[in-house]
Write a protein that binds this ligand. Structure first.
Ligand code: GLN
Length: 242
C-alpha cells in the first residue's frame, strides 16, 4: 500500500458480475473504511487496461461466453501478472477462478488458456451441474471459520502440485473432482467456487485479504452481527437434507 490508500480493483464488472459477486467489492470496501482506511475502488471494464498498482483485485463469476471474452482480454492485457509479481492479492470466484488457472473449457467446447496464476486446470464436468449451498472447512493454515457459499457451475477443477486446496467440503461439491477439495490458492492468489456473495457470508475472508494487503496480523474488530445472522441462516440451510 502506498499513500495510506488501499487500492481495490474490481475486474470486468461488465463481463463477470453475475450471481451478486459485486457484493464482494462492497464488503471489502466497507470493512476497510470501517477500519479508517482510505479506499480507492476502481471498477475496470473489459475495454480498459488493468492497473498494475492495485493492492487487492477481485474477479467474479460469469456465464460461459463472457468468461471466454474475459480470459482473452486479460491474457492480451497482461497486467494482472505484473500486479501479482508486485505482491498484489487476487481473490476470484467461479468463472474468475477458472480463468486464473492454466486452462478451462470455453463456451465453444474448446480448451481456452487461462492466466496460469493458479496451478489448476478446469474441465467440463460430465455429471449434473453443481448447484446448491456449500459448507466447508477452510485450510487451517489460514485460520478462518467454516466457509459458507452457494455454488453454480458445470466446470470441474483439478489442482496441480503447487496449488493448496482453499477448503474441504462438508456439504456440496466445491471443485467437483470428488476429492472433497474446494477452491485453491497459491501465495496471495485465491480462487473459490463460492458465490453468496462469498465475502458477505464470510467477512473474515475479506479481513484476511485486508491483513495481507496491510501486512498486519490483526485488525480492529467491528460489529458483525448482520453478517453472523446471514452466516447462521445459510449454514442451517446447507445442513438441511436435500
Ligand atoms: N461457466 C463456468 C461453469 O459453469 C463458471 C460458472 C460461474 O461462474 N458460476 O463452470
Amino acid at each position: 500500500m502506498s499513500d495510506n490508500q488501499l487500492r481495490l480493483v474490481w475486474i470486468y464488472p461488465d463481463l463477470l458480475s453475475t450471481y451478486g459477486d459485486q457484493g464482494n467489492a462492497l464488503v471489502v470496501e466497507r470493512r476497510a473504511r470501517q477500519r479508517g482506511l482510505d479506499v480507492a475502488r476502481l471498477d475496470v471494464r473489459s475495454d480498459q487496461p488493468i492497473p498494475t498498482s492495485g493492492d487487492i483485485y477481485l474477479i467474479g463469476g460469469g456465464e460461459d461466453r463472457p468468461q471466454r471474452l474475459a480470459a482473452e482480454r486479460l491474457r492480451r492485457d497482461g497486467h494482472l501478472h505484473r500486479a501479482v509479481e508486485n505482491g498484489a492479492i487476487v481473490f476470484s470466484v467461479c468463472a474468475g477462478y477458472q480463468i486464473l488457472g492454466h486452462e478451462f473449457i470455453n463456451d465453444l467446447g474448446q480448451r481456452e488458456p487461462g492466466l496460469g496464476l493458479l496451478d489448476v486446470v478446469s474441465v467440463r464436468g460430465e455429471k449434473e451441474r453443481c448447484v446448491g449451498d456449500v459448507l466447508a472447512d477452510i485450510d487451517p493454515q489460514l485460520g478462518l471459520p467454516q466457509l459458507t457459499g452457494f455454488e453454480n457451475h458445470q466446470g470441474v477443477t483439478h489442482l496441480g502440485p503447487t496449488a493448496r486446496p482453499f477448503a474441504r467440503v462438508l456439504v456440496g461439491n466445491g471443485n467437483g473432482t470428488g476429492d472433497g477439495t474446494e477452491g485453491a490458492y497459491n501465495g496471495t492468489v485465491f480462487g473459490t467456487y463460492m458465490h453468496g456473495p462469498v465475502l458477505a457470508r464470510n467477512p473474515l475472508i475479506a479481513d484476511l485479504l485486508l491483513k495481507l494487503a496491510l501486512d498486519v496480523n490483526a485488525l480492529p474488530p467491528i460489529d458483525d452481527h448482520w453478517y453472523e445472522a446471514l452466516r447462521n441462516e445459510r449454514i442451517s440451510a446447507a445442513q438441511q437434507p436435500a
